[in-house]
Design a protein around this ligand. Structure first.
Ligand code: ADE
Length: 328
């Protein structure tokens, strides 16, 4: 066995254990659950396949889980593919022609679908037909294929990268938002119970505060704390377990990681706290502009540590206090 493989497999197995597989177990996102279940129930009563659905929002908030639950509700098979594997029309045609009636096709990372495949998707979504080219050159001909009734569920962290013709073809689009702190606490409690680990309320609170309001991160931190208690033969995850685990992972009490602190520190030290334009910041950090805007910044903005102003990014007073830096 490749070194580290067992651990990874175990981790993935644990992830599947922690994933809610009934609506009743899915904590948070109440409005989305209500709307979604209504759409699915109505389609079921009409004996039709549901409208195509789009889930978007930051990573780790449960888009895949919602697709799994929706498929269960509809009663169809869930077939999953990543948009990055749908570059050419042939890739998509292969996936679509494998669908059975009532299936749910889940396309994750939908913003990565190639443009030719995306165009083919339009007619598949609109009237369940695709045209495929058979043969090449003068002898090539276009074959029209009828598809069975199916529901497309697409998920993306970058909805702005979806073309508007694609976006407009979904019957409903749901934006998943960060979770309430109390919901993250509930999720950690539920996960600890499933993993049969003891954890003190103070430790639950610490993990939730560092989770960036994201269940996947909360569960990841819980698993790392579990490793810690198991290796050191402790009975229960307490305050000390959590703070030592956070130290090892180099994350702080508010879930900031090394790269988050570096970003704030560069604005403070090189640009006197800002404002600094995104291009200048990107050059100073050696990170792509897109990565700063979409990966690093959202959490820092949400925490009130960075303000986006017309003149550029500024570090807030709260960030100086949190990092214990001096204002110049
Ligand atoms: N684990 C991950 N996300 C969850 C959620 N929304 N509810 C319950 N458990 C979860």
């Amino acid at each position: 066995m490749v070194k580290g493989q067992k651990n990874q497999n175990d981790d993935r197995f644990i992830d599947s254990l922690l994933r809610p597989n009934r609506w009743a177990d899915y904590i948070g996102q109440e409005k989305i659950k209500k709307n979604l279940r209504l759409i699915l129930e109505a389609a079921k009563r009409r004996n039709e396949s549901s409208d195509h659905l789009l889930f978007y929002g930051p990573a780790g908030l449960g888009k895949t889980t919602l697709a799994v639950l929706a498929a269960k509700e509809i009663g169809g098979n869930l077939k999953t593919v990543s948009g990055s594997n749908l570059m050419k029309t042939g890739d998509l045609a292969a996936v679509l022609s494998d669908l059975d009636g009532g299936d749910i096709l889940f396309v994750d990372e939908a913003h990565r679908i190639g443009s030719a495949a995306e165009e083919m998707l339009y007619s598949a979504m609109d009237n369940r037909k695709i045209s495929v080219m058979i043969g090449k050159g003068p002898s090539g001909r276009l074959l029209s294929i009828d598809l069975p009734p199916f529901t497309l569920i697409a998920a993306t962290t970058r909805p702005n990268l979806l073309s508007s013709p694609l976006r407009s073809r979904f019957g409903a689009a749901f934006r998943l938002d960060y979770y309430e702190l109390s919901d993250v606490e509930e999720i950690i409690k539920r996960s600890a119970k499933i993993l049969k680990i003891k954890i003190l309320p103070v430790a639950i609170l610490m993990i939730s505060k560092a989770s960036r309001f994201t269940p996947r991160l909360a569960n990841r931190l819980l698993k790392r704390c579990r490793d810690f208690v198991e290796v050191y033969d402790h009975e229960i995850i307490d305050e000390k377990t959590v703070s030592e685990t956070f130290n090892l992972l180099e994350i702080d009490a508010l879930g900031l990681e090394h790269h988050d602190r570096r970003l704030l520190e560069i604005i403070v030290k090189k640009f006197k706290g800002g404002p600094v334009g995104i291009n200048t910041l990107s050059a100073a950090l050696g990170e792509e502009k897109g990565a700063i805007e979409e990966v690093y910044e959202p959490h820092l903005v949400k925490m009130g540590f960075i303000q986006r102003t017309p003149k550029g990014r500024m570090v807030s007073k709260a960030a100086y206090e949190h990092l214990q830096l001096q204002e110049e």
